[in-house]
Design a protein around this ligand. Sequence first.
Ligand code: IPE
Ligand code: IPE
Ligand code: MG
Length: 242
Amino acid sequence: MKRDLSVPRHVAIVMDGNGRWAKKRYLPRFFGHKAGVDTLVKVINACADHGIEYLTVFAFSSENWKRPEDEVSGLMGLVLVAVTKYLAKLARDGVKIVIVGDRNSVPDRLRAAWAEAEQATAHNTRITQSVAFNSGGRWDVVQACRQAVADGLKPEQITEASLSGYMAMRHAPDPDLFIRTGGEVRISNFLLWQVAYSELVFTDCLWPDFDVAALEAALAVYAGRERRFGAVSTLPFEASSG
Ligand code: IPE
Ligand code: IPE
Ligand code: MG
């Protein structure tokens, strides 16, 4: 079957705005993160229903260690809760979970929960859900270079293709659509190498409020974009000038 090119194969999301969502409700920030997990589970299924093959979300950045200690430990704890609460359902729903990020500096219990989530869903094929945790675009480029050097690659063997093969996201094609919720218009060090030609969509919607309608609105914006990858437009003048 021919793929519908108006539907992105890979969607990447910066799930931002949890703290502000909680603040609006006079709740501690943690409640925003908790609501954000519930939103993610719904968005994964909605993406799969729309034929999206890969969803990658930014859950904890290399820079998020700068947050107060109780928020950082709250986020780590939330991962354990999320695995307990949702892993069986996601496994049943055909979701394959992959964790991308630096696992070395996270607590042992978290590392074990990630391993459990990956093992329990490894055989699934409906959608691949990558969770960027303790992750950042610059970290990924550096770790890929280190691995390439450790493997003894010669300067002339360092190519875009060979380096891509060392990146944490090597299991997925580059994102077609990059969405950031929460109103900020920046990348915040998410997947720098892979978003080179992604279509960027920014929305003021706070992540816990991001529902199927918001996802469909972003998909509609994407469907209206013309991707040129540096080449010349093939659309008639009226269509490309609007
Ligand atoms: C995004 O929401 C979630 C994480 C960074 C873990 P924020 O916590 O950044 O929410 P805001 O931006 O403060 O509203
Ligand atoms: C980006 O959001 C990281 C995640 C969503 C995990 P931040 O809230 O940390 O980004 P900045 O600090 O506003 O750029
Ligand atoms: Mg934020």
